[in-house]
Design a protein around this ligand. Sequence first.
Ligand SMILES: N[C@@H](CCC(=O)N[C@@H](CS)C(=O)NCC(=O)O)C(=O)O
Length: 305
Amino acid sequence: MNSLILHHYTMSPFSQKIRSMLGYTGIQWQSVITREMPPRPLLETLTGGYRKIPVAQIGADIFCDTRTIAAEIARLAGRPELALENCPDDVQTYVAKVDLKVFFACLTAGGTFALLRKVYKSMLLLDIARFIRDRMRMGSTATTSMVPPQKAKAYVLAHLADIEQRLQKNFIFGDAPNHADFSTYHSLWFVRDLAESSLVNDFPRTMAWMDRMKGFGDGDHSALTAEQALVIAKNATPRPIADKYRTDPMIGHAVSIAPSDYGQVPTTGTLVGATPAQWILARQVEGLGTLHVHFPRQGFVLAPA
Ligand SMILES: N[C@@H](CCC(=O)N[C@@H](CS)C(=O)NCC(=O)O)C(=O)O
């Protein structure tokens, strides 16, 4: 059976969300390290355009966005509470905020010299320039309302006070973690552990919860090259889709699917599945055959191609 492959890079907070989930569940996985910005030609061969990180792969099934990746982990681990769609409405509303507005505020507030040092150590100067240009371009087409830079620190501190008050038990919504803990963790991991900012220090329950989350580790994994991941996709066939998910009127039609918030690069293919939470596109890829690319419905737009 094909195991889960994660295409990611070390300093990516959303990748950390998934690495921590993999650590928590104990699922073995394979790791493909990507660049910090496009072009990522081999990964683009699998996704058909989708440009955000992380992306997961199981054989010839490709999962874009941490929402579809988390649903896979939930299925593999038998832990339904890790899939966002299985969480109550209040948890889903909370996650929508922390995975977008809070995330960007944390990126802004977490700018420290320690972070700069790590970036300079791990990236070539030319790549840093490319990275900055790429993120400025991505920001210029974003449709989300961001917290202005001068208000980011206060916004993050208010978020931390809210978590501190929510943490009456070991995890944010109870005795065991659900999707929301991993969504909350990755932005604060960026602030506290990657950027080494002291912003979290005055929130003892949050610090202890972060240590519990960190204690899950990143799970048992082995390294794979992007070329090897392509061979795995080539030798696999996408898994079957249940008939009940093949009733949408757009099934069989050429469509394009893109994020609605930022990094809105579309993927085009034939719609072959529509579950309550996901759209599945079939793509014919030269040299690889048929791939199925999974997207969440939430935060994405589908249009006829
Ligand atoms: N909604 C996406 C957000 C993913 C995201 O924004 N990832 C960042 C990295 S942490 C990204 O893709 N940045 C642009 C890039 O790496 O090219 C998800 O949940 O996966």
